[in-house]
Design a protein around this ligand. Structure first.
Ligand code: G3P
Ligand code: MG
Length: 245
């Protein structure tokens, strides 16, 4: 059986400030086999890892990513809001994550945050960064912007894509296939065993988000999901090791 991928959501964001290098490293240390992260783009065209369109929540400063240069963004403290022990953590470049992850065996789930901001041409940039490092087979691109996923599939058919959604889609596997996607990335309450099984029967895998309770993780594992996205990869790692043994 294919092992279930344990995706650390924004890194091990239950323990570290989300989407920072220390959170990604902590994820690996805690047993994650995958990293989920959010990609946005600066005013000067650099791809950076941050969830919100604005820097306010995670740095305490004002400004939209699209209006700030990378030089400005690189000086912000993205750690103190979480805990003063993380003061000085920065908003990373996508390149930093990819360079660090390349020699590991981690699976990368890159979520393109181009639903609110179009970031025209972002797909080409992300795909180039993946291909330069030979990471196509270890990467899955997801987005709430399904037009963007269709673009990714046209640009790089060998890089897997997953549709993010938070609704009761009817036959989501059929819809995913219409976008060219290989995976469902639903908010976990919209998955049922029948959906997981039907999707799998059509060659579409399920990677729900964001599950932090071991009981719910257990239910999803029993349904047959391919991966679970969690803020606490240690909890899932423990569950998976006890399930296997
Ligand atoms: O990719 C799963 C999850 O991260 C999607 O929602 O808002 O946490 O990026 P969000
Ligand atoms: Mg995300």
């Amino acid at each position: 059986m294919t092992p279930i991928i344990n995706y650390a959501h924004r890194g091990a964001s239950g323990y570290c400030p989300e989407n920072t290098m220390i959170a990604f490293k902590k994820g690996l240390e805690l047993g994650a086999t995958g990293i989920e992260t959010d990609v946005q783009r600066t005013k000067d065209g650099k791809l950076v890892l941050i969830h919100d369109e604005s820097v306010e929540r995670t740095t305490g400063q004002q400004g939209e990513i699209k209006d700030l240069t990378y030089d400005e963004i690189s000086r912000l403290d993205a750690g103190s809001w979480f805990d003063s022990a993380f003061a000085g953590e920065r908003i990373p470049l996508l390149d930093e994550l990819l360079d660090w992850a390349a020699p590991t065996e981690l699976i990368l789930n890159l979520e393109l945050k181009n639903n609110m901001e179009a970031y025209t041409g972002m797909e080409e940039q992300v795909i180039a960064a993946i291909q330069q490092r030979g990471l196509s087979a270890r990467t899955i691109i997801s987005s709430f912007n399904h037009y963007s996923l269709a673009t990714c599939k046209q640009l790089a058919p060998d890089i897997r894509t997953g549709i993010l959604y938070g609704d009761n889609l009817y036959h989501p596997w059929a819809y995913a296939q219409s976008v060219g996607a290989e995976a469902l990335h639903p908010y976990h309450l919209f998955l049922t065993e029948e959906i997981v099984q039907q999707a799998a029967a059509h060659g579409v895998i399920s990677n729900p988000f964001t599950i932090n309770e071991p009981e719910r993780m257990r239910e999803l594992i029993q349904m047959g999901v391919a991966g679970i996205i969690t803020d606490y990869p240690d909890r899932l790692a423990e569950l998976l090791s006890s399930t296997v043994s």
